[in-house]
Ligand binder design. Sequence first.
Ligand code: SF4
Length: 496
Amino acid sequence: MDVMEKLEILTASAKYDVACTSSGSSRKGSAGGMGNTTSMGICHSFAADGRCISLLKVLMTNRCVFDCAYCVNRRSNHTRRATFTPEEIADVTMQFYRRNYIEGLFLSSGILRNPDYTTEQMIAALELLRHVHRFGGYIHVKAIPGTDERLLSRLGLLADRMSVNIELPSQASLGRLAPDKSKDSILKPMGLIQARIRENRHDLVRYNHAPRYAPAGQSTQIIVGATPDTDQRILALTEGLYRKYGLKRVFYSAYTPVVEHSLLPALDTKPPLLREHRLYQADWLLRFYGFRAGELLDESAPNFNPLLDPKCSWALRNRALFPVEANTAPYEMLLRVPGIGVRSAQRIVKARRAVSLDFAALKKLGVVLKRAQFFLTCRGRMLEGLKVSDHTLLRSLMSGQELAAFREPQAEQLSFFSEAEAAGLPEPAAPADLFPGGPNSSRPLGEAAAGGPAAGGPAAARAESAYPPIPEAASGTADSIDALAQEASSGRTAYV
Ligand code: SF4
């Protein structure tokens, strides 16, 4: 089989892996070397289905001794197989790089013989790239669960980013669908990579020329929709992973049925892309907006509302905390206002030191008033002429796409619901459930806050206390995926 044929098979097999961004690593091109990478990340392009294709995303081999039910490369699936030699991987990468097709390499692999042998092959390919071709571009490599820790240590010195895929969000799902993998074989390498990254930080401070270990950190991927696990479980697990293992990113991959299996969705099931999108939005809230997983979802509402983004859903469930006064509300509370992002919250805090802000000023600072107007006061007043009803509120909080799906009259709304149901999405909330006060509630925003709209008043004070600081990583271990999810959802701070 020639290299082009192999490339065709092994790039096609790699397309289900979505954990492939490249930001966070910086390296200058050296004299006589080839390529460089910057901490701003390389340019990405995205395929029609939203997946990143800017790196050469390829498998070393699609042969695999494991039999994960959801995977097209599993042992028992009949598919064309191919394996690259380390020389071929290095050569193809350099050829593509020289032609400006790619800016880096994303190397994953099925398990050939055993995890150690496969990792040795990957190390050989990366050594050729780094030491023979002097390739300085970005490399993201998958760590194979069950690999010996000495090999993982060597691998991390050659790559910018490493990742170990969790794939399934619970122990039970893992046992059913990926019987060859165990929680320990996944979490152990993650812990090891984190420990090596920490050690390396110290080494870099003490020694000028210490080699860098996975300078762009580690990430993982969770498959969404292959199992009955709820968004709540996935988000709690995500939170636990960020806290315990210091992950840079958790990626979510809407499950695309590729194999027939009694425990998996039917082959004609559409990938739950909207659910994947909601999880990315919530992930953003965890990392940059100070939200906790337990605030966004709980046992009574374990899945995200398909009609509203997670921040708006949270704000509607917590209407008693609003409105907040733009001129005095704490930064953390501003971040929770729909329509205010990190940059606009920072600009508000900076600007209000000099002037008293009104709604026109907020608009200039980048606030999306269409959403924020229902949750803010300026100088103690809400926007003049603002009509607050559940209907206007809902319409203002939904994006164009969501609105299109929610179009009146009701018949269209119903067709959206049935489509969502058919696609395996959680049953969307009835309009009444979107508003804690009921569909006909005329309770004004902030009524429950004593004194109503007041400059950073009781609502803001209460809100402030509702934001526990994210605890620093502590020592100790949580020994399973389930334990991580439980810890996160119970709000305990024992993430490690
Ligand atoms: S170990 Fe990886 S490549 Fe092998 S069957 Fe499982 S998911 Fe697929």
